[in-house]
Ligand binder design. Structure first.
Ligand code: ADP
Length: 237
């Protein structure tokens, strides 16, 4: 049996702007086991990004409980949160978020700089992971010298360089043409086959089809959770 990596119980998130409150999440309960490949779908404004920010420890719930690898996130102070973000979670974004002036390997080594890894080891690990994503011959290229699909593979390499147990991706193929989408999806499939946990937001059915489990959210609630074990009306317990 796989252990849960993420456990959310009745998580709510309220944004307050002056007198106006928006309930972006209205009681989300969800368990994701290590090694699962999960897609989150839902219309714009349904709460997907808010959920991703909470899963990634970039924001905290207004109420409810979130445990990451068994550790209650609400008990972590800012330095522990930063450490968890850096070591346990790899982030991939729609806009790649690469630094334009840095070469591929310099972009990939960044999380290791923050983690305090020595320079020679950083270079070795960055080059090795770039080889793994099929860019061993592009380590000294800058983002502007790479295709969209190659840039996203650099971003995936950066997400993986700290060997995180969880990869969170927010519309990772949203800016890619179909052949680059296929490249990035093949890479995610490989990560999943190696036992990584992947949670991605997408609005593209062909991307979601590759996941083992698809969670639909609407108005801040899980309305469908369809996985290998079948469909349930709310989060799996
Ligand atoms: P999605 O990613 O599905 O488009 P979001 O999580 O971005 O949805 O947003 C959910 C709801 O929360 C929306 O109504 C949005 O306007 C609101 N919202 C998101 N972020 C903020 C914020 N920082 N301040 C106020 N309201 C926000």
């Amino acid at each position: 049996m796989n252990e849960p990596i993420l456990e959310l119980a009745e998580v709510t998130k309220e944004y307050r702007t002056g007198p106006v409150a928006v309930e972006a999440l209205r009681g989300v309960s969800l368990v994701i086991d290590q090694g699962e490949y999960v897609a989150i779908m839902g219309p714009s404004g349904s709460g997907k990004s808010t959920l991703m920010h909470i899963l990634g420890c970039l924001d905290v719930p207004t109420s409810g409980r979130y445990a990451l690898a068994g550790e209650d996130v609400s008990t972590m102070d800012e330095s522990r949160l930063a450490e968890v973000r850096n070591r346990r979670i790899g982030f991939v974004f729609q806009q790649f978020n690469l630094l334009a002036t840095l070469t591929a390997w310099r972009n990939v080594e960044l999380p290791l700089v923050y983690a305090g890894v020595a320079r020679a080891e950083r270079r070795e690990r960055a080059e090795s992971i770039l080889g793994y994503v099929g860019l061993g011959d592009r380590v000294d290229h800058r983002p502007g010298e790479l295709s969209g699909g190659q840039q996203q593979r650099v971003a995936v390499a950066r997400a993986l360089v700290t060997d995180p147990s969880l990869v969170l991706a927010d519309e990772p193929t949203g800016n890619l043409d179909s052949s680059s989408t296929a490249e990035v999806l093949a890479l995610f499939a490989e990560l999943h086959a190696e036992g990584r946990t992947i949670v991605l937001i997408t609005h593209e059915p062909e991307v979601a089809r590759q996941a083992q489990r698809v969670i639909h959210i609407l108005d801040g609630r899980i309305v469908e959770d369809a996985g290998l074990t079948g469909v349930t009306s709310a989060g799996r317990r």
